[in-house]
Write a protein that binds this ligand. Structure first.
Ligand SMILES: *Cc1c(COP(=O)(O)O)cnc(C)c1O
Length: 435
């Protein structure tokens, strides 16, 4: 397809007639259980734009939910995928291993925080990676309890639903859930006003009183929460929780599925505070859009599971591995960590200025190319989900694809492609349509 012109251009209504037609077909063939942020059908994507079947070109501030950080169809990803697909598409790593799998694990072991001896496994998704991290932590500690946080999102499988905080739409009606999952309060500076160490103390007190330190297999934490609303914990929260884990013999697991791979301006968000997790969970941005997840961690933990204890038929598929190697090469050669920092340096001050003028913007936060605004009723911290929905729709109508997030649905989140330069800001950013 080649590089598309990086423009925001609407040539029909949104959705256009071809998308409307396809949507009718979709309704007849596909389950109603799947929602869509923007009901236009994709025809092509490259760099930071997505073109629909009616020829509308959207600036993509969703990146398929923090996946295509390297752009819509990164040349290195495309080349790797094409060559690997032509060579072989599958053997199952448990049947016959292949070099690409090993090489992705080598990259993960190098790039994740800490210079200790590491090992990795590859899986198919973020949720599957979370499940495996819990299995490894339980096998290593021989303890049952999993501690997670308010506003957390860890996936949609049975165990990860239990770990995810938000009922609607992720959990409602799908119980009973897996046991031995305990929820602690998260550091949420906009809403709790606590310092990082204070918020950590509050969480640790609850864990010690309600779970018991000796029962905790692992504490699983997103360094910046994703679905929960891009909640950036106050400085000191992460290091204190990690230190408590070390002192208590619990495994500290960083769920970097959304924050990893240059999204926040570092290879991994934990690095910003020098935190070295025992296990790091990755997926989303790892492979430029192909399904891949991973668990990377201390060799002694990763090797504590008996041979044959982990794995799966498709896990670490060779085509997905080739995509990951292409994506990681692009992140290095284009220095997408620096690019993500530039995006944050552009967006955060602009949104900060907007906040001074628009009282409905309660908070502007994020890091690198992971930026959000939290919308509230002016003068309060009362969530305004309806406004978030309307602003997001106004953006869509102007050709900017945005997402909402948050436990209360009142957070507008921006996940631009790190390779994308924000040159044409839509008019919706001035809020002309919503006030
Ligand atoms: C998306 C996400 C997951 C789940 O990943 P899937 O690939 O959708 O299963 C887990 N944790 C975090 C932090 C995520 O953002």
């Amino acid at each position: 397809m080649g590089e598309l012109t990086q423009v925001r251009r609407l040539v029909t209504s949104v959705p256009g007639p071809r998308s409307v037609e396809l949507m009718a077909r979709r309704q007849r063939a596909v389950s109603g259980s799947l929602g869509h942020v923007l009901p236009v059908f994709a025809a092509a994507a490259s760099g930071g734009v997505l073109v629909d079947v009616d020829g509308n070109s959207f600036i993509d501030f969703a990146s398929g939910i923090a996946v295509t950080s390297v752009g819509g169809s990164d040349p290195a990803v495309v080349a790797g995928v094409s060559a690997q697909a032509a060579a072989f598409t599958h053997t199952c790593f448990l049947v016959t291993p292949y070099e690409g799998y090993v090489e992705v694990c080598e990259r993960l072991n190098e790039l994740t925080p800490g210079d200790h001896e590491k090992r990795s496994i590859l899986v198919n998704s973020g949720a599957e990676a979370v499940e495996n991290a819990v299995k490894i932590a339980r096998a290593w500690t021989r303890r049952p309890a999993v501690v997670v946080f308010d506003h957390a999102y860890h996936g949609r499988t049975n165990l990860t639903m239990a770990m995810t905080a938000k009922s609607m739409p992720y959990k409602s009606g799908f119980g009973p859930f897996a046991g031995e999952v305990y929820r602690a309060p998260m550091s949420y500076p906009f809403r709790d006003g606590l310092s990082g160490p204070e918020a950590a103390r509050r969480a640790i007190d609850l864990i010690e009183a309600q779970v018991g330190a000796a029962n905790v297999a692992c504490v699983v934490l997103e360094p910046i929460q994703g679905e929960g609303g891009f909640v950036v914990p106050a400085p000191g929260f992460l290091p204190e929780i990690a230190a408590w884990c070390r002192a208590s013999g619990a495994v500290f697991v960083a769920d970097e599925v959304q924050t990893g791979f240059c999204r926040t301006g570092d290879w991994f968000a934990c690095a910003a505070e020098g935190v070295v997790p025992d296990l790091v969970i990755t997926a989303k941005g790892i492979a430029g859009g192909l399904p891949l997840g991973a668990v990377t961690g201390r060799a002694e933990l990763m090797d504590a599971v008996h041979a044959g204890g982990l794995g799966g038929t498709f896990s670490g598929n060779p085509v997905a591995c080739a995509a990951a190697l292409g994506a990681i090469a692009t992140m290095s050669t284009l220095d997408l960590c620096a690019a993500a920092r530039r995006i944050g340096d552009t967006m955060l001050p602009r949104l900060g200025k907007l906040r001074e003028r628009v009282p409905a913007i309660g908070d502007v936060r994020g890091r690198g190319a992971m930026v959000a605004i939290e919308l509230v009723r002016p003068g309060t911290v009362e969530p305004d989900a309806d406004l978030a929905r309307r602003v997001s729709q106004a953006c869509h109508a102007e050709g900017l694809l945005t997402l909402t997030a948050g436990t209360y649905g009142n957070v507008l989140r921006f996940l631009p492609h790190s390779s994308h330069r924000p040159t044409c800001w839509p008019k919706a950013w001035t809020c002309s349509k919503v006030r």
